[in-house]
Design a protein around this ligand. Structure first.
Ligand code: ADP
Ligand code: MG
Length: 327
């Protein structure tokens, strides 16, 4: 047996050992598994009819996530990283998932009035998120801002050309996109109900209610718990990945117009039919806050919950559109 085969078998064994299963009323079986993906953790919960083996579906979800991580994350020498290095690409030669993320980002950028902008790559790097965050000096910010702006890309149906120094970062949409892809894969392969979550971005569906909680932005508890039948919920906030300097909190969500972390809201939760849209809108809502959200492009079935934290630590909420029922 070759070394690689053995390694794959060991990984598969570890993967299978991590699956928690239980039989539900009506005889359906629920399987739940969590594994590392896209720099965070992914959880998949599926319900399958009695007598069907859930393992092929769970393994399929895992390998789909591996593929998406390579193409849409920052995997060295692959996908986005290779694109940034080359500075140009023929869309026919890129992976179809990466092309979909690029084209989707193009419309999400316009729908969010420019707040969602994957060209923030140089700014994100200058701020050092996530590994070694530091406040950059003015000169660095200015030079990053000169190569920030989705409009600076030449993008048409065949090709993409970046300006020298530009760097794309799909971190604000890639997890949501992965959730959608895995969710649709599982449903098309016979999961009667399922929930897919990657790094807090969730999509669920089927014939049951799912409880999805939104974290409190300043303590370990929950701010609200939603009961969802179907659809997606994504949250962005200044508490997950941030730097505190001289009492000022700087988050990893960067305003592409100023180069500074977004401060329109401290937490934004977006409910939408698909998770890629919810993910990008949640990031954009943290930057733009209420005023911008009111001008964002309409998405049918969308709802937004914004939380702001006052100087006294008091949390205020504001919402618009269609949110799931609260438990
Ligand atoms: P999380 O990763 O915590 O779920 P988000 O979905 O809001 O948070 O994504 C934040 C990531 O998106 C950042 O780490 C960065 O890579 C990227 N990013 C930061 N600011 C923007 C922006 N204005 N538009 C698009 N992507 C952004
Ligand atoms: Mg996001």
């Amino acid at each position: 047996m070759g070394r690689n085969t053995r390694l794959v078998l060991i990984l598969a064994a570890v993967f299978l050992a991590g699956v928690a299963a239980r039989v539900l009323r009506g005889g359906n079986r629920e399987s739940r598994v969590t594994f590392p993906a896209l720099g965070t953790f992914a959880t998949v919960v599926i319900e399958t009819p009695r007598g069907t083996d859930p393992q092929p579906l769970l393994r399929g979800a895992d390998s789909l996530l591996r593929h998406l991580e390579m193409e849409t994350g920052c995997f060295p020498g692959q996908g986005v990283e290779a694109l940034n290095r080359a500075g140009r690409a023929s869309l026919r030669e890129l992976d179809p998932d990466l092309v979909r993320v690029i084209l989707l980002s193009d419309s999400l950028h316009r729908a969010t009035l420019g707040c969602f902008d994957p060209s923030v790559g140089p700014l994100v790097r200058a701020w050092g998120f996530p590994d070694s965050p530091e406040v950059p000096d003015r000169e660095t910010l200015d030079s990053c801002l000169r190569v920030t702006g989705w409009e600076l890309l030449e993008l048409d149906r065949d090709s993409l050309v970046m300006r020298p120094g530009m760097m794309l970062d799909f971190g604000a949409v890639a997890k949501g996109y992965a959730v959608d892809r895995v969710f649709e894969y599982l449903r098309s392969r016979g999961a009667s109900s399922c929930l897919v979550e990657v790094g807090g971005e969730v999509r669920c569906g089927g014939d049951r209610l799912w409880r999805v909680a939104v974290r409190h932005p300043r303590n370990r508890g929950y701010f609200r718990v939603f009961a969802m039948e179907s659809g997606a919920l994504a949250t962005s906030g200044d508490y997950e990945c941030c730097l505190v300097r001289d009492g000022v909190r700087y988050s990893h969500i960067i305003n592409p117009f100023t180069g500074f972390p977004g401060d329109g809201a401290q937490s934004a939760t977006v409910h939408a039919p698909t998770c890629a849209v919810a993910d990008a809108f949640a990031t954009a809502a943290v930057i733009g806050g209420r005023e911008a959200v009111e001008g964002f492009g309409p998405v049918e079935g969308m709802g937004v919950l914004l939380l702001t934290v006052g100087e006294d630590g008091e949390v205020s909420s504001w919402s618009t559109g269609v949110l799931p029922d609260t438990l």
